[in-house]
Design a protein around this ligand. Structure first.
Ligand code: SF4
Length: 306
């Protein structure tokens, strides 16, 4: 099947069979996100999805894990989602680990019985774009939830047997608020207990609404050093157990491990990088263009002039 859009999924899904069931994201409004902004959202015909299952089966595929793409597959209506799950089980009856991205709203739109039914039909991991623990930041970034809604939705999905994983973004709160966001995120993650946390640390992109607010000064981005310090505080404050994977695109730092077992090792790695960047020129993770043709700029001046 030809893929439309930019592939972005949690690293723990890299070995999964990626089955597109839609093009784009049904929400498509998060201010920082450029993944599907240029695409008109549409659901793929069941025949096309089935064709892909058939192709993989005939090629000898026997996936243990399937990831439904794209932006918010859990937002599909129940009837459609169940039809897709039923088709998957026809081709791969042994596959009982069907994972996807979800928004808080897409969970709210399903009843407790429906969540349970999805679990019984093989749905397991839901990756939620939590991003920040601060309500004003969530509102500013036009996320479709606040923290109290997220707490309720996560409690419900866990009660149904589904597994909650969190996507977060250090740097999302902007300059001077990294420590505040780290404390709020730590509290949120400690209370909600995800299985995995992926930190796609904030990167700035020219083709998103946030860019205009950077230009007019209503959003001042944090530099990479502040983001690293935020991440360090976050790791220090985590009191629950989960697998953590954090990226910083521009400075190419990756910190991963199991909390709290690997905390000291992970913090040490961050300390080394922080030492390297302290006192130097401020760096911003800025991306222009689309994968794989990314251009990266090191300073805000370069961002504005490019
Ligand atoms: S829900 Fe995810 S994919 Fe959709 S706009 Fe927000 S961040 Fe992007």
């Amino acid at each position: 099947m030809d893929y439309e859009g930019q592939i972005c999924r949690a690293p723990m899904e890299r070995a999964s069979f990626m089955l597109p069931v839609m093009v784009g994201c049904s929400y498509n409004r998060c201010k920082f996100c450029n993944l599907f902004r240029h695409l008109d959202y549409r659901e793929l015909p069941i025949e096309q999805i089935e064709g892909e299952l058939k192709r993989v089966k005939e090629a000898g595929g026997c996936p243990k894990k399937i990831f439904l793409g794209d932006g918010n597959a859990f937002g599909l209506k129940m009837e459609r989602l169940l039809r897709i799950l039923e088709r998957i089980h026809v081709y791969f009856p042994e596959c009982m680990c069907i994972n996807m991205d979800a928004t808080v709203t897409s969970i709210q739109q399903k009843s407790d019985q429906e969540l349970r039914l999805l679990y019984e039909n093989g749905v397991r991991h839901l990756y939620l774009g939590i991003e920040s623990g601060l309500d004003d930041v969530l509102a500013f970034m036009e996320k479709d939830h606040d923290t109290s809604q997220a707490y309720k939705a996560i409690e419900r999905l866990k009660r149904a047997g589904l597994i909650y994983d969190a996507h977060i973004m250090t740097g999302v709160a902007g300059r001077g608020r990294g420590q505040e966001n780290a404390r709020a995120l730590a509290e949120f993650l400690n209370r909600t207990g995800p299985a995995h946390v992926v930190n796609f640390s904030m990167f700035l992109h020219k083709e998103v609404p946030l860019y205009r607010q950077i230009e007019d000064g209503t959003y001042i981005p944090a530099d990479e050093l502040e983001n690293l310090l935020e991440e360090r505080t976050l790791l220090k404050l985590i009191e629950t157990e989960f697998l953590y994977d954090g990226f910083h695109d521009y400075i190419e730092v990756r910190v991963r491990g199991k909390l709290s077992r690997d905390r000291e090792k992970m913090v040490k790695k961050l300390d080394q990088v922080i030492c390297e960047y302290e006192g130097g020129e401020k760096l911003y993770s800025y991306v222009q263009g689309e994968c794989p043709n990314l251009q990266r700029c090191g300073s805000l001046e370069n961002v504005w002039n490019s």
